[in-house]
Ligand binder design. Structure first.
Ligand code: UDP
Length: 324
């Protein structure tokens, strides 16, 4: 398998998910080019990969054409992850998020099509919006507010999915779409606004945990090693998808807060803050397709995953956060 896709290019390769994907690809024997603009990715995430003989970093914004840039074109596999991904980041970078979903995806698709490479789009559970079908199967078309604050991400990813399927139909490009559900683990930014880094940072610095709205809204959180495994399984298959990649263990936000308090062993208050606009009330993947067609399912349980993440934050991010 490693030889079949010799040279892998990862857009957004210096992000939380992208950097862990780069690492696993190197472990599988690929040559890896990481492309990142560092809009939300961080040099620290890939610092340990410099000097690896099969690793290269190209600083490039995917909203710009790759022609005439330092982005290599002799690629066998393109993973397109480049995008802000947390609600706080994509609402702050609203127009950039739309641009990278549209122009960035087109540039990445054109690169793959010209090279005859396999292309994998990391789409999102946000394409289901505030879902009226539960759990969410890939056949569900979603319930998205097209003009709300989350639309810049949701509609960009929906457009990216449409463009990806158009490349398959019009050019026969070898494409795949993964719909990635909430993923957590080491290298999330303490300040990215997402629920798990927020709660862990709050607990480790002795501040109240900020539960938004009722706290009864649910998410199904997947440890990053499992998500990366799902992306690789899809990339190495011949499926086009879309395929849900996520952990179907559905939890309320309040329960996530309780687990983090229990695992960190701290006693801080849990406060209620205003709920986010258009916040999906329930989210849980149906992963029947990934299990049946890829033989993939997540294996890291909530407590194990949270313990690893808490340990990493205690060593790294919280120290940075406190000294910042
Ligand atoms: N959330 C929360 N407190 C926080 C951050 C987030 O209660 O400090 C809630 C948020 O309102 C949402 C859920 O946690 O209901 C997941 O939010 P996140 O930003 O992690 O990701 P999303 O799934 O919304 O993209």
């Amino acid at each position: 398998m490693a030889n079949r896709f010799g040279h892998a290019l990862v857009t957004g390769g210096a992000g939380f998910l992208g950097s862990q994907l780069c690492e696993r690809l190197l472990g599988n024997g690929h040559r890896v080019t990481c492309v990142d603009s560092f809009a939300t990715g961080r040099p620290d995430n890939i610092a340990h990969l410099h000097g690896h003989p099969r690793f290269e970093l190209v600083e490039h914004d995917m909203t710009r054409p790759v022609e005439g840039s330092a982005v290599p074109t002799d690629v066998d596999l393109v993973f397109h992850l480049a995008s802000a991904a947390s609600p706080k980041d994509y609402q702050r970078l609203a127009i950039d998020t739309l641009r990278v979903g549209a122009l960035g995806t087109e540039h990445a698709l054109r690169l793959a099509a010209n090279a005859g490479a396999r292309f994998l789009l990391t789409s999102t559970s946000e394409v289901y919006g505030d879902p009226l079908e539960h759990p969410q199967r890939e056949t569900y078309w979603g319930n998205v507010n097209p003009i709300g604050p989350r639309s810049v991400y949701d509609e960009a990813k929906r457009y990216a999915e449409a463009l990806t399927m158009a490349y398959l139909r019009e050019h026969g490009t070898n494409v795949a779409i993964a719909r990635v559900f909430n993923t957590y683990g080491p290298r999330m930014r303490a300040d990215d606004g997402r629920v798990i880094p927020a709660f862990i940072t709050q607990a480790l610095t002795g501040r109240p945990l900020t539960v938004a709205g009722t706290g009864e809204q649910t998410r199904s959180v997947c440890y990053v090693d499992d998500t990366v495994g799902g992306l690789l399984s899809l990339a190495y298959s011949s499926l086009h998808g879309p395929v849900n990649i996520g952990n179907p263990d559905e939890l309320s936000v309040r329960r996530i807060a309780e687990e983090i308090l229990s695992l960190t062993g701290v006693s801080v208050a849990v406060t209620t803050v205003e709920g986010a606009v258009d916040d999906p009330r329930r989210r849980c993947p149906d992963i029947t397709l990934a299990r049946a067609e890829l033989g993939w399912l997540p294996s890291v349980g909530l407590r194990e995953g949270l313990n690893r993440t808490i340990a990493w934050f205690a060593r790294n991010a919280v120290a940075d956060h406190v000294s910042a």
